[in-house]
Write a protein that binds this ligand. Structure first.
Ligand code: NAD
Length: 273
């Protein structure tokens, strides 16, 4: 089992960071929590480490003494190139490079299904499909996955890239019948990544046990991840939200709204012949 002495969580003030903070409490010897946003005061066993991911020296100092990293910190902006470049691309590189220098064993990287969001919704995907990013955000997640691959192949830094679906307390639109990752399943998945004996370089979909899932995780037997929740449980509720106009209908592409954002639909050129 991977040593869980000191775990650094970036993006700790965010939606998923808060969930992880709650679930890792008491399971690791020390939890180092980092963000640029204000975090709740530290509990016993926690250490707050404010840091901007774009600050190379700050990230290097933060990494000293860390055994594993859960890298959640990111900009979720769909198409702001400068922010995506600074935070998601340079910031993620800073995390991997600092981890290598500090001798960190493993990084759990919060990728996203938006790295493959341009696939149509009727196409089942496994971990080996070519990347098809649906936005600058999705493109930055492709960079993160390739960074993880590079640091494993070249420097032996283990990484699991989690192509996270949609984490919320319950699914609220039809596409989430496929993409939903319940909060307890997210917490269990990250713990499985941290505690697995070996992960080398792995890509795993962050998804619950949904009847309508598009994603195949059958290769991930090296992780003890057994998702408990199924979005189908909420199907009737979602259908009534759609019927009452409170939820959107169906999307053609797996990335949903982000895939549709700004898309130019190419028309066939009229033939001259
Ligand atoms: N929530 C989901 O359903 C979902 C789905 C797919 C992928 N993800 C990924 O999971 C991770 C966490 O998502 P979330 O929903 O908690 O997002 P969030 O926006 O709630 O949290 C991201 C955190 O990153 C921090 N951050 C931003 N810029 C920073 C910087 N320069 N330096 C340090 N910290 C910075 C923010 O302050 C924020 O607290 C992200 O990488 C996201 O892309 C989430």
């Amino acid at each position: 089992m991977m040593s869980l002495k000191t775990v650094l969580v970036t993006g700790a003030a965010g939606q998923l960071g808060k969930l992880l903070r709650e679930s890792l409490r008491g399971k690791v010897r020390a939890l180092r929590l980092s963000d640029i946003a204000v975090m709740d005061p530290a509990n016993e066993g926690e250490e707050l480490w404010p840091c901007d991911l774009t600050d190379v020296d700050g990230v290097r100092q933060m990494m000293v003494g860390v055994d594993c990293v859960v890298h959640l910190g990111a900009s979720l902006n769909v198409d702001d190139w400068n922010e995506t470049l600074q935070v998601n691309i340079a910031g993620t590189y800073n995390i991997f490079e600092a981890a290598k220098r500090a001798g960190v064993g493993r990084i759990v990287y919060a990728s996203s299904h938006h790295a493959v969001g341009m696939y149509p919704v009727d196409e089942p995907l496994d971990q080996n499909v070519p990347l098809r990013p649906d936005s600058l955000y999705g493109l930055s997640k492709c960079f993160g996955e390739n960074t993880a691959r590079y640091f494993w192949d070249k420097f032996g830094l283990e990484a699991v890239c989690l192509r996270i679906g949609s984490t919320r307390s319950k699914p609220t639109e039809p596409r989430e019948l496929s993409t939903w990752l319940s909060e307890p399943d997210f917490q269990a998945l990250v713990y499985a990544c941290l505690s697995a004996k070996a992960v080398e370089f792995s890509v795993v979909y962050g998804v619950s046990n949904n009847s309508d899932s598009w994603w195949n995780n059958t290769h991930a037997t090296h992780l003890n991840y057994v998702p408990r929740d199924n979005a189908a449980h909420y199907q009737a509720e979602i259908e009534s939200l759609v019927a009452s106009g409170k939820s959107v209908g169906h999307y053609a592409l797996q990335g949903g709204k982000r895939a549709d954002y700004g898309m130019v639909v190419l028309q066939n050129e009229p033939s001259n012949s």
